[in-house]
Design a binder for this molecule. Structure first.
Ligand code: AMP
Length: 760
């Protein structure tokens, strides 16, 4: 590798100056990471700190968190930092990449030296800080190299230097030693010998002396990949699968014993990543629709957090084109603050239509920031996705919906005829429409962020629900029936003609009929922003009447993914134990996530196949009685804390969420979550079936009387105490805060109301 010491942009020149740098060193034990740090620290004019987990704890081995804390402290003091750790796997790097949020430059120096050399060095050493020496070192080096994942710019690095021999290492040393406190280095990827590697040259154009790596020079001279302007897509320099295999094969050549295993492992590793359901989504409304970035990033984090626990191993990835993306860096920083698990949610720089081919990231679902007509054009991500997907997407979109209203999303299965499917492995596109703050675009909200935020929340909810529904539908398929992007495109093409069937009938029909996702809480906003047609109805509860889906366990109902949250809790309470009030073999007791009163809890049955009251028969009588007893116990506990409360225990005739659950709800209805007629009427009309009555009816007739859900919205808004009628929720709410009328006589009978014992 040519030395790039002369690329340094000296103080006083153009460009950003004087940012501290974090250099993640990467390499097997024995590759010379610590020596590299020591040499730079000894000779550089810039203040450097070496962070090493083997010594972080007062000279003893410590934790990654300690490393991160010390690194952050040094950076705040204006020092640059070496992270001296093997960092060979992407996941091991992720936490350190969060340091990028501190307005620093993130560099990688990869000491990709022959395995044989690393092994022989580490075997010989006698005073290693981490005590990795002698015979065991060889095994550790080999095992680490098996897992090697070379770094990519898209992980958040602005500069990556690969050193594949000792002279490369010396050149890199010279570069960092010569770097003054205010100097910067060119961005891009240097020293990669893969002929396909693309180099991010943009910034180099602006430097006085540009030392272009030889492979980039030859590509440029052939007219390929000539330097893009800084603002364009950051090209990923490495095709991950191929690069890993080829470089590991090189290593294997020198380390014959490990060669075959390494190649096989590398392939397996890639294909297992391809199996992880992943949604790539652009930031909604922040570009052309000019939504405030701070607010938008808060909402993204809020919604991601809300959905994380439902995701299982599925991943959400926020994508933008450039490393300079403000929304990406805001979201990254906020995700780090909230300790969001980077396995489930991370940001990625790249073109959303080429994440697999260019970035090595397989996303089976991508989101499109669509227009309300669901048509191509307009520029931005919408134009890019429609263009990359070809006519197949337009045709499939039309089958699902003709238009979209803000806050909603529509899931569109993509046939194998689409290049986005065949080359990138995208099986579904989810169109989503966010709020518009741009006066030059239709339905501008004129700066009304109250409404805007509501709609943006709805948009993300609808998007993530749509994704979950795809994930669940794929989970139900026999293993291997989901197409994989693998190392053999011919296999993919062979399978792909069957692709539309993958989501056919069972899950697909659900998606088709129920393809527009909107959140329960969205109804009030619906139509308030814009009148463009939402011509697809969603039933209360994410249920549709398709009788050919087994998403739900009973009565041939289909439950949307978001309506399964309680079911998931009932089946796996151990996963949610921090959020639950009580777990027994038969029940789970939990706070209602959107309580409609001061106290509102749910007693959830744990047996599978009992989705709702309509499934209940005489054989469940004992269970109903036990649920009632459990509800009473909790109501009484609350009454001890606040004797002014009054409780009702009951079931919704037609619940919105799957899995039989008993509501235990205080009758103050003092809650910000109680927002609309549906909320009110489902708790205060005959739609709410008192537990005592249900038990009696089941016992006498084997089934409970249920009121249909349509009637709920036809009924007036009436005070649950004095029965006076009110024109809207705000008026009703202000009335009930003061109404002290006695409860209607029917509620005072049969123990339907649960009150604190009177003193007398
Ligand atoms: P129902 O309409 O009878 O199905 O009521 C479902 C209840 O579950 C509603 O009161 C929701 O506010 C509540 N809810 C929805 N999602 C969750 C969740 N993840 N955890 C706890 N409660 C939830």
């Amino acid at each position: 590798m040519d030395t790039d010491v002369d690329d340094t942009c000296k103080a006083g020149g153009e460009g950003e100056k004087g940012k501290p740098i974090v250099v993640l060193l990467m390499g097997a034990p024995g590759s010379g990471k610590s020596t590299f740090c020591d040499q730079v620290i000894r000779s550089s004019a810039r203040p450097w700190v070496r962070i090493c987990q083997d010594t972080i704890n007062n000279g003893k081995s410590g934790t990654k968190v300690q490393c991160l804390k010390n690194a952050a402290r040094a950076l705040k003091e204006g020092k640059s930092v070496f992270i001296d750790r093997c960092n060979l796997e992407r996941e091991q790097r992720v936490d350190f990449m969060r340091l990028g949020a501190l307005q620093v430059e993130m560099h990688a120096v990869v000491l990709d030296l022959p395995a044989k050399l690393c092994v022989s060095r580490s075997v010989k050493r006698t005073d290693h800080e981490g005590n990795l020496q002698g015979g065991k070192a060889a095994a550790v080096v080999n095992s680490m190299l098996r897992k090697k994942e070379l770094p990519k710019l898209s992980e958040g690095f602005s500069r990556i230097v690969f050193c594949q021999n000792e002279s490369d290492v010396q050149a890199a040393l010279d570069t960092y030693i010569g770097l003054g406190a205010l100097d910067t280095l060119p961005h891009g990827c240097f020293g990669q010998k893969n002929p396909d590697a693309k180099v991010q040259l943009g910034i180099m154009k602006f430097l006085k002396k540009v030392d272009v790596p030889s492979n980039a020079r030859s590509n440029a001279s052939r007219g390929q990949d000539s330097a893009p302007p800084e603002s364009t897509e950051v090209k990923n320099p490495i095709c991950e699968g191929r690069e890993n295999i080829s470089s590991l094969s090189d290593t294997a050549g020198e380390e014959g014993k490990i060669s075959d295993d390494l190649v096989v492992d590398s392939v397996n590793q890639n294909s297992s990543l391809n199996d992880v359901p992943t949604l790539a989504f652009p930031s909604i409304s922040t570009s052309d629709f000019q939504f405030n970035h701070e607010k938008a990033s808060d909402i993204i984090i809020e919604k991601v957090e809300e959905f994380l626990y439902k995701l299982g191993n599925a991943r959400l990835v926020l994508v933008d084109l450039t490393h300079g993306s403000k929304i990406l860096s805001l979201v990254r920083a906020k995700a780090a603050q909230k300790n969001i698990n980077p396995k489930n949610f991370f940001t990625f720089v790249g073109d959303i239509t080429r994440l697999h081919s260019r970035g090595g990231l397989h996303c089976n679902v991508i989101a499109n920031a669509a227009n309300w007509r669901l048509k191509p054009g307009g520029g931005g991500v919408n134009a890019a996705i429609f263009s990359a997907a070809g006519p197949a997407l337009e045709v499939a979109t039309k089958e699902q919906a003709k238009s979209l209203s803000p806050g909603n999303a529509v899931v569109v299965p993509l046939s194998s005829a689409s290049p986005l499917h065949s080359s990138e492995g995208v099986t579904h596109v989810i169109h989503v429409l966010g709020p518009n703050m741009n006066p030059n675009r239709p339905n501008c909200l004129d700066g009304d962020y109250l409404k805007g935020c509501k709609i943006l929340r709805m948009a993300y909810t609808s998007l993530f629900e749509g994704f979950l529904s795809v994930v669940r539908s794929q989970e139900k398929l026999p293993k291997g029936s989901i197409e994989k992007i693998g190392s053999k495109p011919s296999v993919l093409l062979g399978h792909s003609k069957d692709a539309p069937k993958i989501f056919s009938l069972k899950s697909d029909q659900k998606i088709k009929r129920d393809g527009v996702y909107e959140h329960e809480r969205s109804k009030k906003c619906k139509g308030s922003q814009n009148e463009v047609g939402s011509d697809i109805n969603v039933s209360r509860a994410g249920k549709v009447n398709a009788n050919n889906d087994n998403t739900g366990g009973s009565n041939s109902k289909v439950w949307a993914s978001w309506a399964q949250a309680l079911y998931n809790i009932a089946m796996h309470p151990e996963k949610h134990k921090d959020d639950l009030l009580e777990i027994t073999d038969d029940f789970v007791v939990l706070n209602d996530l959107y309580p409609k009163a001061k106290k509102h809890i749910l007693v959830l049955a744990r047996c599978d196949g009992l989705d709702h009251l309509a499934d209940v028969s005489k054989e469940h009588l004992q269970l109903l009685k036990m649920m009632h007893a459990m509800g009473l116990k909790w109501a009484e506990k609350f009454l001890l804390e606040d004797a002014s409360l009054v409780f009702r225990l009951g079931y919704h005739s037609v619940p919105s969420m799957r899995q039989l659950h008993l509501h235990v709800i205080s009758q103050d209805f003092d809650s910000k979550h109680l927002k609309n007629k549906k909320h009110w009427n489902t708790f205060t009309t005959a739609f709410f079936r008192d537990s005592v009555d249900v038990i009696e009816e089941i016992s006498n007739h084997g089934k409970a009387t249920l009121m249909d859900e349509e009637s709920v919205l036809l009924m007036e808004l009436r005070c649950h105490r004095c029965r006076s009628a009110h024109p809207n929720i705000p008026r009703l709410k202000s009335h009930i805060t003061n109404c002290r009328a006695p409860f209607p006589a029917n509620l005072l009978q049969n123990g339907r109301l649960v009150l604190a014992p009177s003193d007398t």
